[in-house]
Design a protein around this ligand. Structure first.
Ligand SMILES: C[S@@+](CC[C@H](N)C(=O)[O-])C[C@H]1O[C@@H](n2cnc3c(N)ncnc32)[C@H](O)[C@@H]1O
Length: 229
């Protein structure tokens, strides 16, 4: 197996920084603004099954569950350290959320398992190849008519954001993001529509919210156009 396909970047790029993740994101990424907005646009209904992909320390996962207590919310992350912190926060919050350790590009779930998948600040951690694989996996595990909701870097909307994005591109996998290619990459995975629903100035560059949909009729069993093997 080609190990370069399994590259993995921890929450703040270096494992030893993970314990600082919550304050850093709160102060640099306008978390208090964009996460509640993302949760609202997810449009959860009672009985929905919702996957928080790359859930990190579970700040968003908890907001999702609180927004719709009658839903079943699952958080998945590849990092055991961050998942331990997520479990602590969920216990403190007193909400019922389950967590799975796993890779976004090889999801441990059957086809058509979820009504909604949310990916906040995850995709820019994945190589181009793994981004595509993760999106195909997301398409596979979504039910027909299900939706994917993303918060991640997008095309810079000001000169300042363009300058900042150059630094972040050097550190993380943001090529498709800052070039504005993500809507096309998402559609390539089989999603029938993508729409940008929000845009924020942050310390690390332009952050956009995206909604994408899986058609009601659904693709066949293999699901997704560039399916994983
Ligand atoms: C920047 S953090 C975002 C955390 C959270 N979603 C948020 O919005 O605050 C990115 C998370 O993605 C996880 N991650 C990175 N690569 C991954 C992969 N291939 N599969 C699953 N999780 C991954 C990291 O461990 C980290 O917790």
């Amino acid at each position: 197996m080609d190990e370069t396909r399994h590259q993995y970047i921890p929450a703040l790029r270096f494992g030893w920084l993970t314990r600082l993740y919550d304050p850093v994101i709160r102060w640099t990424m306008r978390e208090d603004l964009f996460k509640p907005r993302l949760v609202k646009q997810v449009g959860m209904q009672p009985g929905h099954r919702v996957l928080d992909l790359g859930c990190g320390t579970s700040t968003l996962t908890i907001l999702l569950k609180r927004r719709q207590p009658q839903s079943m919310v699952v958080g998945l992350d590849g990092d055991a350290v961050v998942l331990a912190r997520a479990r602590e926060k969920v216990a403190e919050a007193g909400v019922d959320i389950s967590f799975d350790a796993g890779m976004a590009y090889r999801l441990p779930y059957p086809d058509r398992s979820f009504d909604r998948v949310v990916a906040s600040l995850l995709l820019h951690h994945l190589t181009s190849d793994n981004k595509r694989r993760a999106l195909c996996e997301t398409f596979r595990v979504l039910k027909p008519g299900g939706q994917l909701h993303i918060a991640d870097f997008g095309r810079p909307h000001t000169f300042l954001m363009a300058c900042v994005s150059l630094i972040v591109r050097w550190l993380e996998e943001t090529y498709e993001h800052v070039k504005g290619l993500m809507p096309g990459v998402i559609r390539d995975a089989g999603f029938t529509y993508t729409e940008e629903t929000g845009c924020y100035t942050t310390a690390f560059g332009t952050l956009v919210l995206i909604r994408a949909g899986k058609p009601e009729g659904g693709a066949g069993g293999s699901e997704g156009r560039n399916g994983t093997s």
